[in-house]
Design a protein around this ligand. Sequence first.
Ligand SMILES: C[S@@+](CC[C@H](N)C(=O)[O-])C[C@H]1O[C@@H](n2cnc3c(N)ncnc32)[C@H](O)[C@@H]1O
Length: 406
Amino acid sequence: MDLEQLAALRTPEGSAVLDAAARVAGGDPLTAAAALRSAGVPAGLGAAALTQTELRRRAVGKFGPAAAGMFLTRAGLEQATRGVVAARRAARLHAAGVTRLADLGCGLGADALAAARAGIRVHGVEADPLTAALAAANAEAAGLAEVFTVECGDATAFDLSTVDGVFCDPARRRAGSGRRIFDPNSYSPPWDFVTALAERVPRTVVKVAPGLDHALIPAGAEAEWVSVDGDLVEAALWCGPLAEVPRRATVLKEGPLLNASGRGRAPCYQLTGSGDVEATVGPVRRYLYDPDPAVVRAHLVAELADQLGATIADPSIAYLYADTPTATPFARCLEITDVLAFSLKRLRALLRERGVGRVEILKRGSALEPEKLRRDLRLSGTGAASLVLTRVAGAPTVLVCRPVDG
Ligand SMILES: C[S@@+](CC[C@H](N)C(=O)[O-])C[C@H]1O[C@@H](n2cnc3c(N)ncnc32)[C@H](O)[C@@H]1O
């Protein structure tokens, strides 16, 4: 899509074309394009409308029903923050007293829209002209154009004197190729600029890749890792007065999408700590906990072990072991039925004896390839089991488990 097509799609006629595209999309793309053309829609506009329809369909997973009115690009959607994550961040910024927020590199505006919905005035700056125009269109479509304004420009030149909060989600993909950037020095805006923002506006939040090296966390900042339904989705650095603890794991349970208002209210659980405590090492016990990735990445496994009365069995592996099962949002609990020093032959014999035909395979600290192991096991029974490939006191070990309900 280009700026001209976007302008055309935002007129009442364009809106009718989008409606028509939504009706004919979903099957063969050539048939859908032909249907629009035969209704008198110019080919370029029809293609743009069909692309929007497809992107809006994909965006439902991130934004819920609000996706239906949004203007999107493939790259912008990939980089956009999920609705539940943006809403929770916005609520925290609002609670911390931020009233005027600069969103430096606002993309399609997912974070900015959430902040505006939370009652914060947002000024978005976006370097890419089409993306900036799409963000403005999204503000208008959401009825938030009064509180979320967008300018096309370079975030590094933006005058921050009028805001009391800054959010920056630097681009971590190369423009054009879309390839991921792993080195923060290659982010845009650049890492030096991003990490110096808190010196200018203390209430600064920076969204970063969940793989961020802990050594790069600025002194005094809170580093938060966020998961949604068990998937690690992002990390954020909360600076200045926004930093409440050194490390935080935020675990959101989004579940099935219900309705637009339900999206911001996914159950949210938080574990906090210093991030530098080591969990106690002990034996394998009856129950195994597989911690949520946000807990593992935030280095809060020891804090979780404390809550569960659990220990680890190997100093470098984040599985926890306890004598009793405790319901927790921060880990999945499995009951261990067998502990074996790893041997394909013995494992196969045990699973055959139990009639196990289906296995899920978890692993930490094992070089084995789960899919190869699954093939090599040649299972045939009707039962199911969970296999945990790991190390116990340095020795390759397989734990045969069954899930604990709830
Ligand atoms: C990761 S995206 C932001 C996504 C946004 N937070 C959301 O959830 O929709 C980063 C954006 O920053 C923009 N950008 C990169 N460098 C910039 C700069 N120097 N000034 C303004 N925008 C910039 C990119 O064009 C991209 O759209």
